[in-house]
Design a protein around this ligand. Structure first.
Ligand code: UD1
Ligand code: CA
Length: 485
């Protein structure tokens, strides 16, 4: 994958992403590297970080092979997929990738389960590798809790001697807090040579890639350990607790970037924004909100509290309060909520309003039009300046098919109207409250479709005698005289 940026920045010839592991500790039917964080899979984050610094990409797959390969094809179509049928360790995985590689130069190796790695860190790592004329470099970090990671053993002068896995470490080695992040850069030829010498003489009976460092060192070549300043970048995911920990760090990173760009996030801890979302300056996001997918929010908009937007385009100055919207467009200065449900195919024109407890699906609401209370709007086109009365239902489904309703400009639909589709309400028309409209209403007409009211006089006095209602009615001068037809 030739990168356009390659002119002014260094690249390795090949990056190998290791993703064949079982991910047993996730206890999941989904491959570990396919779990999502901030709107992308774990391995998608890794590949995004690696791609700018590598000319070619190889991914070693094994467990959940089909699903992982299919995903790799969609996110990095030019990547080479190497199949590791038996998981004989990280060293074995790299041997297989090298067998299919025909390049020379440098190779970057990373694990597919470290989604917080940044491209800039990999670039710095590569620069250090080149500057120090290293043949084998390992990226390390000092962890507050190094348990579970391979430890970096250095000599008195501070040079790396070897890496010891936790399981093979004695008590002294376990005290070392500098760990192997699982990110390496090698000279390919030196790696090829050293990887042939790997043995499975360790507690797990596997070929450890980590042993390559001491093998290269022993052959008289330069091996170095380079420390990464931000240890959070190197955290790996092995179980769901670590998945949540990494997701929280990613969330904070994303929120910090938006805040530095001028977005007000009132409570960053409860605000979850996918890495794919775009937000302009002077947007305010209230607590408990989530922005997913291709959502784009323009300047001056107010989102939340407790609103969830998925693939929604929000224009300047729009307001969305305590609501959920998916695959929709919210126009300039339009308002939604509280407590509304905006479903796919909804387009709200500028200054339109969807009020409280309203569901809208596959409908266009014209400029300045309002659906303020307790309504369902489905498969409708509503013109400009129209008001839809409280509790109106667009009856779009006849039990078999969905039908369209067209409402014109400056219409007044009375409260509790049923608009039985297909039906058209002309410009400037009215409907009487409580009507069941099954026929088109021409422009300028009022559609009235309900039973005429009849009052049965004295009914309460005859049929509910002895109640407070009867007493109140008598106090008001009601008599028992018969009904009026
Ligand atoms: C590994 C390192 C350890 C380091 C840690 C950093 C080794 C022996 N140990 O340990 O020093 O501190 O990473 O996170 O390398 N994989 C394969 N094929 C295999 C085995 C693993 O592709 O046969 C892949 C896994 O899918 C994973 C990566 O290699 O993405 C690392 O394997 P994992 O089992 O997670 O290694 P750790 O025990 O974390
Ligand atoms: Ca791991």
């Amino acid at each position: 994958m030739a990168s356009l940026q390659s002119n002014n920045q260094k690249q390795v010839s090949l990056a190998i992403v290791l993703a064949a592991g079982e991910g047993t500790r996730m206890k999941s039917s989904l491959a570990k590297v396919l779990h999502p964080i901030a709107g992308k899979t774990v391995i998608h984050h890794v590949i995004d970080a690696v791609s700018p610094v590598a000319k070619e990409l190889s991914v070693v797959v094994g467990a959940h092979r089909e699903n992982v390969e299919e995903h790799i094809s969609t996110i990095a179509s030019s990547a080479n997929k190497v199949f590791q049928a038996e998981r004989n360790g990280t060293g074995h995985a790299v041997q297989l990738a090298l067998a299919e590689a025909h390049t020379s130069g440098t190779v970057l190796v990373v694990a597919g389960d470290t989604p917080l790695l940044r491209t800039s860190t990999l670039q710095d790592f590569l620069e250090a590798h080149v500057e120090l004329e290293s043949v084998a470099s390992v990226l390390t970090a000092v962890l507050p809790d190094p348990q579970g990671y391979g430890r970096i053993v250095r000599d008195d002068l501070g040079a790396i001697v070897k890496i010891i896995e936790e399981r093979d470490a004695d008590d002294d080695a376990k005290l070392i807090d500098e760990i192997n992040t699982g990110v390496y850069i090698f000279d390919i030829d030196a790696l090829r040579e050293a990887s042939k010498k790997l043995t499975s003489d360790n507690s797990q009976g596997e070929l450890y890639l980590t042993d390559v460092i001491s093998l290269i060192k022993e052959s008289g070549k330069v091996a170095v350990a380079i420390q990464c300043n931000d240890y959070t970048e190197t955290l790996g995911i092995n179980d769901r607790s670590q998945l949540a920990e990494c997701a929280a760090i990613m969330r904070d990173r994303i929120n910090d970037a938006h805040m530095l760009n001028g977005v007000s996030i009132i409570d960053p801890v409860t605000t979850w924004i996918d890495s794919t979302v775009e937000i302009a300056a002077d947007v305010t996001i209230m607590p408990g909100s989530a922005l997913h997918g291709t959502t784009k929010v323009a300047s001056g908009a107010l989102i939340g509290p407790r609103s969830t937007l998925t693939n929604v385009v929000v224009s300047e100055g729009a307001v969305i309060i305590e609501s959920r919207a998916t695959d929709a467009e919210i126009g300039r200065e339009a308002s939604v909520g509280p407590f509304s449900f905006i479903r796919p195919g909804t387009r709200l024109a500028p200054q339109s309003k969807i009020g409280a407890y309203v569901e809208v699906k596959n409908s266009t609401i014209g400029e300045g039009s309002k659906v303020p209370h307790l309504s369902y709007v489905g498969d409708a086109t509503i013109g400009t300046g129209t008001n839809i009365g409280a509790a109106t239902i667009f009856v779009n489904y006849d039990g078999v098919e969905k039908h369209q309703t067209v409402v014109g400009d400056h219409v007044r639909v009375g409260s509790d109207t049923m608009l039985v589709a297909p039906v058209k309400i002309g410009d400037g028309a009215y409907t009487a409250a409580g009507s069941i409209i099954t026929e088109d209403v021409p422009a300028g007409a009022i559609g009235v479709a309900r039973a005429k009211q009849r009052n049965v006089l004295g009914w309460v006095l005859r049929r509910r005698s002895g109640t407070k209602s009867e007493q109140a009615a008598r106090n008001a001068g009601a008599t028992e005289s018969k009904s009026q037809e």
